[in-house]
Design a protein. Structure first.
Ligand code: HMG
Ligand code: MG
Length: 304
């Protein structure tokens, strides 16, 4: 039994930020390989506007092709990211059993990322949640929620922590079972995590919160450890540290799954995930993409 839940976001959050268009077959192979490592959640793709994110325009093909993996591994969740009801309908038509929605805690990033205000995005979320229930897409246990830019917005500066708490609560009220808090710019430090999460956890249960840390400033693992100390048990990460967010300048570098698993296991926290298999996959996908492996632990173990 794992002590923590790791949400692998590489196939979506990772590949959405690769400038080249990755072949659909490579995406499918990546998900198949990841499913063999016992990761409990693998975010497979997104159903957003292909004009905004052309890298994931093949979401339908990816989702259709992994149906057999989803059936053979019923314990693994394969959420897909949707920004609105249009995306939800497409996800449903192509076999999604779980969806993830996302809103920003800040106006500037909300406008840039999904072309609407925070308030409008929360209305969209409620529409998605309601429609998901009608479609029989289970909400509880399958949805991941993101609050982007929890510490700083690239367009507006420092994020108001009250706004993070309010948006998180609004997502839970809309029916989300879990809200993943994303430090999209990767600027947060353990001191920021302590301040924000301590405030948030006064009113929101730790079991409903996940940490999504980026490594832009090399703070992601330290932030995980701090969040773990504060009671958080769900963490997002990306194989080989792929990705970031295309609408957050300089925000390359999701926390790598290999580094996350290495650190947690060394702390005596069981992840339930096979690190050696992860390392092979991180090496493989980096070679496929022709980019350096963004995982420190992965690169070191692979070089042994
Ligand atoms: P918009 O242009 O304002 O949309 O985009 P619209 O409602 O005016 O519609 C324009 C056209 O898009 C219409 O088609 C719609 O049908 C179509 P047309 O009539 O012109 O032919 N459309 C869609 N097509 C496919 N799928 C859809 C969809 N919706 C509308 N779902 C919209 C608004 C939200 C669609 C757009 O801004 C968008 O897709 N944004 C997504 C951006 C994105 O994916 N960002 C990355 C994910 S967030 C992230 O990475 C951060 C996170 O990982 C956390 C972290 O790392 O910290 C979560
Ligand atoms: Mg991310």
């Amino acid at each position: 039994m794992a002590d923590v839940k790791i949400v692998e976001v590489g196939p979506r959050d990772g590949l959405q930020n690769i400038s080249q268009i990755v072949p659909t077959g490579t995406k499918i192979e990546l998900i198949r390989k990841l499913a063999r490592t016992e990761l409990p959640v693998i975010e497979a793709t997104s159903f957003v506007s292909p004009k905004w994110i052309p890298q994931l325009a093949d979401g339908a093909g990816v989702l259709q092709s992994i149906q057999s993996v989803m059936t053979s591994r019923p314990k693994i969740q394969f959420p897909v990211l949707v920004p609105n009801v249009i995306g939800l309908e497409k996800a449903n038509q192509n076999g999604a059993r779980e969806v993830a929605v996302f809103v920003s805690a800040t106006e500037g990033f909300s406008k840039k990322n999904i072309n609407c205000s925070v308030a409008e995005s929360l209305v969209r979320v409620r529409h998605v949640t309601k429609r998901a229930q009608e479609l029989g897409i289970k909400v509880r246990g399958y949805e991941i929620r993101y609050v982007s830019c929890i510490f700083e917005d690239p367009y507006e500066g420092v994020t108001d922590s009250d706004q993070v708490v309010n948006v998180t609560q609004a997502l839970l009220d809309a029916g989300c079972y879990e809200v993943s808090l994303g430090d999209t710019l990767g600027v947060g430090t353990p001191a920021d995590v302590e301040k924000l999460f301590t405030k948030l956890l006064r009113t929101i249960p730790a079991a409903a919160v996940a940490g999504h840390f980026h490594d832009t400033y090399g703070q992601a693992l330290a932030n995980v450890v701090k969040a773990y100390e504060l009671g958080i048990r769900t963490f997002d990460s990306s194989i080989a540290g792929l990705g970031g967010c295309p609408f957050a300048k300089g925000a390359k570098g999701n926390l790598s799954t290999e580094d996350l698993v290495y650190t947690l296991e060394k702390l005596g926290v069981s992840t339930g995930v096979n690190l050696n298999e992860l390392v092979k996959i991180g090496t493989w996908i980096s070679q496929q993409l022709g980019i350096p492996n963004g995982s420190r632990a992965g690169s070191a173990i692979a070089a042994k």
